[in-house]
Design a protein around this ligand. Structure first.
Ligand code: GLU
Length: 401
């Protein structure tokens, strides 16, 4: 993924005529924090990469996943700098992670891990320095623990030091659904440009966590866009007459759970890997990086791919698919809804206000429609892919600061 991100940046820089020294300066992270967190006698590798702060404080999530490593966090931090710039936020880019499978830990141990992570980083983060947020396997509860521990450590209140908090701790309305909602907004803008918005289209979606679930939910506002398949790391569920996502939740907790479709005998599960090769007009990648690579790109049948995860299409796959005429809606715009509402949360914390959900969604929509328009205009004017266009816009903005 690091190579994929750096290739996109290098190529954009070369097209725009920047010299090698300048290019190198945007590839390198400004700071990296590598440490270990001990919980119950076990040590977990932990990271925070602060990639670029030319446009504002570092911004980006923290993921808890067994595959987390420094290269991955570096790549994700780099993507954050380009994401915030591509959608015009006055923020930089960073990312954090702990190499852990939180499902193997008790709730008390996850809390200890989260608190120790925040305590270790407390000298380097804050509302004016670096603002972490949720990512894969982290949520409002974990962010609340981190905020609390950070504030205790510094001996002051600074709710804007983290975003993605719960509502009573200064979180924003609409933050939980924001990445999925943003994905729908960006996709609809693309379909409008392609004159496809009124056509009946089918969608297959890989990944059914928080992001995928809310994407599917908001998609229900567009009845002609029909979700016909979803997957998680174990299975793919196909239902050609359309999946009712409101039934794919765990009762009573309400957390996304595609197995619920199976429990209800609605659909029979098939192997997980099937999802990327299904016959559907649009393939939404909402799981992890490198979902489509040289190993499976030739089986992709969709004409449009939405990168709702970070870095789900490798550079090699992207080249191949582009040649076949597949349109890829790039991650730096497609999944920017989350960081946009994080930015809105940070603004609300700063001014000690709480906006209603409709206001938050309206602001999110405006920022994302403008960013999508800029990207599509440049792509059309300069005959670029959407990703090339988004990276050029982001790079120019980064260089201006
Ligand atoms: N983790 C999300 C992302 O990858 C959101 C980051 C944020 O809100 O700062 O964009």
């Amino acid at each position: 993924m690091l190579e994929t991100a750096q290739t996109a940046i290098r190529e954009a820089a070369e097209r725009l005529g920047y010299d090698q020294k300048t290019i190198q300066s945007v590839l390198e992270a400004e700071a990296e924090h590598i440490f270990a967190i001990e919980v119950n006698g076990k040590r977990y590798p932990a990271f925070r990469v602060q990639h670029n702060s030319r446009r504002g404080p570092y911004k980006g999530g923290i993921r808890f996943h067994p595959h987390v490593n420094i290269e991955e966090v570096r790549a994700l931090a780099t993507l954050m700098s380009f994401k915030t710039a591509a959608v015009g936020l006055p923020l930089g880019g960073g990312k954090g992670g702990v190499a852990v499978d939180p499902r193997e830990l008790s709730k008390a141990d996850v809390e200890m891990l989260a608190r120790r992570y925040a305590r270790h980083l407390s000298p380097y983060i804050g509302s004016g320095k670096d603002i972490p947020a949720p990512d894969v396997n982290t949520n409002a509860e974990i962010i609340d623990w981190m905020t609390d521990e950070y504030e205790k450590t510094i001996g002051a209140t600074d709710p804007g030091a983290f975003t993605g908090k719960s509502m009573d701790k200064g979180g924003s309305e609409g933050r939980e659904a924001a990445t999925g909602r943003g994905g729908v907004i960006a996709l609809v803008e693309l379909l409008k440009r392609q004159n496809l918005l009124d056509k009946p289209l089918t969608i297959a979606m890989q990944g059914f966590g928080n992001v995928g679930y809310f994407f599917a939910k908001v998609l229900q506002d567009y009845p002609n866009l029909k979700l016909i398949a979803v997957s998680n790391s174990k299975h793919t569920w196909v239902q050609s007459d359309g999946i009712d996502v409101t039934r794919a939740v765990h009762v009573p907790s309400g957390t996304p759970r595609p197995e619920a479709l199976h429990d209800l005998q609605l659909v029979t599960p098939q192997p997980s890997g099937l999802i990327t090769s299904l016959k559907a007009d649009i393939l939404v990648l909402a799981a992890l990086e490198d979902a489509v690579t040289e190993h499976n790109y030739d089986s992709v049948k969709a004409g449009i791919i939405v990168e709702l995860a970070n870095g789900p299409v490798s550079a090699a796959a992207e080249r191949f698919l582009q040649q076949r005429g597949v349109i890829i809606l790039p991650d730096v715009v497609a999944n920017a809804g989350g960081v946009i509402v994080s930015y809105l949360e940070w603004l609300q914390n700063k001014d000690k206000v709480h906006w209603p959900e409709a206001e938050v969604n309206q602001k999110l929509e405006k920022i994302l429609i403008d960013a999508s328009g800029d990207m599509m205009d440049r792509a059309a004017e300069r005959k670029l892919s959407l990703k090339q266009a988004a990276f050029e816009i982001a790079l120019e903005r980064l260089m201006k600061n």
